[in-house]
Design a protein. Structure first.
Length: 315
């Protein structure tokens, strides 16, 4: 199979039929073998009913229905697990991503040998204050922190080699950082393509300003995991050693001062250095314990399902 199109969605009943027709037209005109995987992330409208009807008419249409809203990352994870295409295309269901971009994205992966191609919505139709400026700041921070030189991490329109999506774990709200996850997994042939961004035709956006706050927190998380996720003791042990060494140094100073230099002076417990030494040694010990616990958890953790599937179609 040439292409799997993976589409996570939430309450997009107005756009689904039009999106399906558009994708099918592009696929058939290019003679691709394909599948379209819709992942309904707990919609409360008629989205699943529409997907069900489409799947009855066209075997290329497949569906996954979550019991409730688990989030876009979990929806993508479920779609990636089921995808069978040599190239996997992700796109949003709100018609802001153009299916006409699919052929070129496919050829960039299949012909040019790239691992991942990320869309870049260079010209946007979103609000400048609420989306464009925060998005530029977010993308700048992501580039500096991750080392992945992309202009638009948030773009839902991306293309992947099958091996990429089968070897990364998308969880939490990490869908923004799939290129970073891919890089950390060893897939370094990452590029981008300027894509058409269309104004939203139906409904309202599902993301508010809080997504940028969550995005920056996730960025810190992924930075930590990429550097210390497999060796937490290297970080916590180093911090623990530094704090313990500071405390031990103050303790030695207080002991020498009291025993030899100023035996008639104040009691050790009346000096501020005593509390600095006590606090830093306790904190250092806690860092060591955190490092040990991290190592134990890392070696004993078991994979746990992060979403529940209510129904599936055509799998």
């Amino acid at each position: 199979m040439n292409i799997s199109v993976v589409i996570p969605l939430l309450n997009e009943e107005d756009s689904l039929k039009e999106l399906y027709d558009w994708i099918a037209k592009v696929m058939q005109s290019n003679r691709f073998s394909y599948e379209i995987i819709f992942i309904d992330d707990g919609s409360t409208d008629k989205s699943w009913e529409i997907i069900s009807n489409l799947s009855l008419k066209d075997v290329h249409v497949k569906g996954i229905h979550f019991f409730k809203n688990f989030g876009k990352s979990q929806a993508l994870h479920a779609g990636f697990e089921k995808a069978q295409g040599d190239v996997v295309i992700t796109m949003d269901a709100d018609l802001q991503d153009s299916p006409d971009e699919i052929p070129e994205l496919y050829h960039m992966i299949s012909k040019e040998g790239l691992d991942l191609v990320s869309g870049w919505k260079k010209k946007r139709y979103d609000s400048v204050i609420s989306k464009n400026l925060p998005s530029k700041l977010f993308n700048w921070a992501a580039r500096k922190t991750s080392g992945v030189k992309l202009n638009d991490f948030n773009c839902g329109l991306k293309a992947y080699k099958k091996e990429v999506i089968k070897n990364i774990d998308v969880y939490g709200e990490m869908h923004r950082y799939i290129p970073v996850l891919a890089k950390n997994a060893g897939f370094t042939k990452i590029s981008e393509k300027i894509v058409l961004h269309q104004a939203r035709k139906y409904g309202v956006t599902k993301f508010g300003m809080d997504r940028f706050v969550h995005g920056f927190l996730d960025l810190i998380t992924i930075w930590f995991l990429s550097r210390f996720g497999r060796r937490p003791m290297h970080l916590f042990g180093a911090l623990g050693f530094i704090m313990f060494a500071i405390g031990f140094g103050f303790s030695v100073y207080l002991g020498v001062d009291k025993a030899f230099l100023n035996p008639a002076g104040r009691l050790i417990t009346q000096r501020p250095q005593f509390y600095i030494a006590l606090s830093t040694m306790i904190i250092g010990t806690q860092f060591f314990v955190a490092g040990f616990l991290g190592e134990i958890i890392l070696r004993t953790k078991q994979d746990k399902k992060r979403y529940l599937i209510k129904d599936e179609l055509n799998f």
